[in-house]
Design a protein around this ligand. Structure first.
Ligand code: NDP
Length: 293
């Protein structure tokens, strides 16, 4: 039987509807959540991401601020904008769109963001809280989105073997931290594999829940998946396709056709994890604003 698809768009729409209702409740109490998005340079993909975030804010009743700096902006200029946003009471969440131009030290910018406004959960203080499992801390958007998808599908990771492919600070490592927590919706046995792993497939084939986040198109083939596993594909890769209107199509890190013959549940790309990332960003902004109650 082919895998059942996990409809990330529909689940994200449900999450967003709940967020909009909670934003309205908060606004009635005099607090409108606000998100500031800082874009440095004119990278087209980053512009698209920023516009999508700003649009989603408007849809959900969240106030948004867009700050655009030129591609040759200095560290001092970016830090000044961050300081201004840290001090702005109408702004509860701040994110600096990644990747910044090469002259910008991204880690230093992240460290300058007020941890209480760090809705991406990249600040070392929030990463530490995530690892400790401190309640009330932010969870990073994409990893949190993965856990919410599983929850909506009735998949409880407790006691299951989760294999995370990739160890980036944005996806892989925080996913490991989330799945590992002794908490509802987590409590898994976690293996993390990466580019130095010997015989990667030997590990992925033992996964009850397999999460791929490596940025390599269709890298995870059907024979690397345990029959009946739940497969979450975080990857978003452009591959050339002359038959597609834009000359390319998006594929994940998992070979979709092969995986759908082996897995029980599978996220498509696009329409799987992607919409959840923005939905979680909106929830983190709401959570940050609630701290002002
Ligand atoms: P990074 O490039 O930062 O990290 C990739 C990770 O995969 C690294 O840990 C790397 O290992 C590992 N890796 C690379 N090649 C292999 C391989 N052949 N075998 C095993 N491990 C490998 O990527 P990100 O984590 O930022 O993103 C991963 C993917 O997820 C991308 O396609 C990205 O576009 C997508 N993404 C999607 C989001 C969404 O909203 N859906 C959000 C964020 C990312 P090593 O550490 O050893 O180099």
């Amino acid at each position: 039987m082919p895998a059942t698809l996990i409809d990330g768009k529909a689940i994200a729409a449900e999450v967003n509807a709940a967020t909009a209702a909670e934003v309205a409740e908060l606004a009635a109490r005099g607090i409108q959540p606000g998100l500031a998005v800082v874009l440095i340079g004119d990278d087209p993909a980053s512009q698209v991401y920023v516009n999508t975030k700003v649009r989603k804010c408007a849809e959900l009743g969240i106030h948004s601020v867009r700050r655009v700096l030129s591609a040759d902006a200095t560290m001092a200029e970016v830090l000044a904008v961050v300081a201004e946003l840290n001090a702005d009471p109408a702004v509860h969440g701040i994110l600096v769109q990644s990747p910044p131009p090469p002259q910008i030290d991204e880690a230093a910018i992240i460290a300058a963001i007020d941890p209480n406004k760090d809705v991406d959960c990249f600040h070392p203080v929030n990463v530490g809280k995530l690892l400790i499992g401190e309640p009330g801390g932010f969870a990073p958007c994409t990893p949190r989105g993965v856990l919410v998808l599983l929850e909506h599908c009735g998949v409880d990771p407790a006691g299951k073997h989760v294999v995370v492919v990739g160890r980036s600070n944005i996806v892989g490592k925080p996913l490991v931290a989330l799945f590992l927590q002794k908490a509802k919706g987590a409590n898994a046995t976690v293996t993390c594999v990466h580019s130095a792993t010997v015989d990667l497939a030997e590990h992925t084939r033992r996964a009850d829940i397999l999460v791929a986040a490596i940025g390599k198109p269709e890298y995870i083939r059907g024979d690397m998946i345990k029959p009946g596993a739940v497969v979450i594909d975080v990857g978003i890769n452009r591959v050339r396709d002359e038959s597609a209107p834009r000359g390319y199509r998006l594929v994940g890190d998992v070979h979709f056709e092969e995986a759908s013959r082996v897995a029980s549940l599978l996220t498509p790309v696009p329409g799987g994890v992607g919409p959840m990332t923005i939905a979680m960003l909106m929830r983190n902004t709401l959570q940050a604003a609630r701290r002002n109650l």
